[in-house]
Design a protein around this ligand. Structure first.
Ligand SMILES: Nc1ncnc2c1ncn2[C@@H]1O[C@H](COP(=O)(O)OP(=O)(O)OP(=O)(O)O)[C@@H](O)[C@H]1O
Length: 256
């Protein structure tokens, strides 16, 4: 615990605290090559925390570590002060860490409503309450009118919306969103921004957001962590990140 309280060292500008989701000095090597190197971060309880970086920067590898899909080669992850060493993905999920995948991973043959409902049933809810809660989530994200069609028949952008509510259905403490705005038009991304911004207060959870759409990241994140080549390049508020010379050169400059 004392170690977490002194997290302020290293490369995370977060306020030291034992609460929240904390990664400390994470390194992941694949066949000797470092996908991430000595990365530390802290996501606060109701924070919207952006994770950005060029392709191959290590964002997904980091999220895989924070959800138990990847064991770090070095370093540690703490959830509300508990060391997660040895936790597998199902334990992370049970402890309140939910995620979406770039690929969606929906049950394509089940209806949109059933995709959310199975999560509620898995949590032990009875059928009717699970169905009602699922419908409410679909209404919130704006796809309740498609509740009865097969998830596999949804447009790609609606599949991404469904992935988000399915992850929220487990009442997580943290939700990790992997490129939720991918493939969306500017208008669709704007609408998504509005929904993601509501998550902390409406669902009482923190958000870690991987996103290439800079408008989305800069308009809703409280803080942004920039990875480049597996290393932390900068951590700061959106305004600080927008002005950071190293970030402009390594990443944002590419967008110009
Ligand atoms: N299972 C793996 N085996 C070997 N190398 C891997 C593996 N997973 C990722 N890598 C490598 O680790 C580095 C980081 O990849 P990662 O997918 O985490 O980056 P990313 O920032 O999420 O990229 P993108 O924006 O393209 O999704 C890349 O060089 C990638 O090739």
């Amino acid at each position: 615990m004392a170690d977490i309280l002194s997290l302020h060292s290293g490369n995370d500008a977060a306020t030291p605290t034992a609460s929240g989701l904390v990664a400390r000095n994470l390194t992941v090597r694949f066949q000797g090559l470092a996908a991430i190197s000595d990365v530390s971060l802290h996501v606060g309880n109701r924070e919207i925390f952006g994770l950005i970086g060029p392709n191959g920067a290590g964002k997904t590898t980091l999220v895989n570590c924070l959800t138990g899909f990847q064991t770090p080669t070095e370093g540690a992850i703490f959830l509300h002060g508990s060391d997660t060493a040895g936790w597998r993905a199902d334990r992370f999920r049970l402890e309140g860490i939910a995620r979406t995948f770039q690929s969606g991973r929906l049950f394509n043959d089940l209806s949109v409503l059933e995709n959310v409902e199975v999560t509620g049933l898995g949590l032990g809810l009875a059928r009717n309450p699970a169905r009602a809660a699922s419908y409410e989530l679909l209404e919130w994200i704006g796809i309740a009118d498609k509740a009865s069609i097969a998830a596999g028949a949804l447009a790609y952008t609606d599949q991404r919306r469904l992935s988000i509510v399915r992850a929220l259905a487990v009442a997580p403490k943290f939700i990790l969103l992997d490129e939720p705005a991918a493939g969306m038009s500017d208008a669709e991304a704007d609408e998504l921004v509005h929904h993601i911004a509501e998550i902390p207060d409406r669902f009482g959870c923190g958000v870690l957001l991987i996103e290439h759409n800079m408008h989305v990241v800069m308009s809703i994140c409280h803080r942004v962590h920039v990875l480049d080549g597996g290393k932390t390049l900068a951590v700061g508020t959106p305004d600080e990140i927008k002005r950071h010379e190293g970030v402009l050169a390594a990443y944002l400059g590419m967008e110009a």
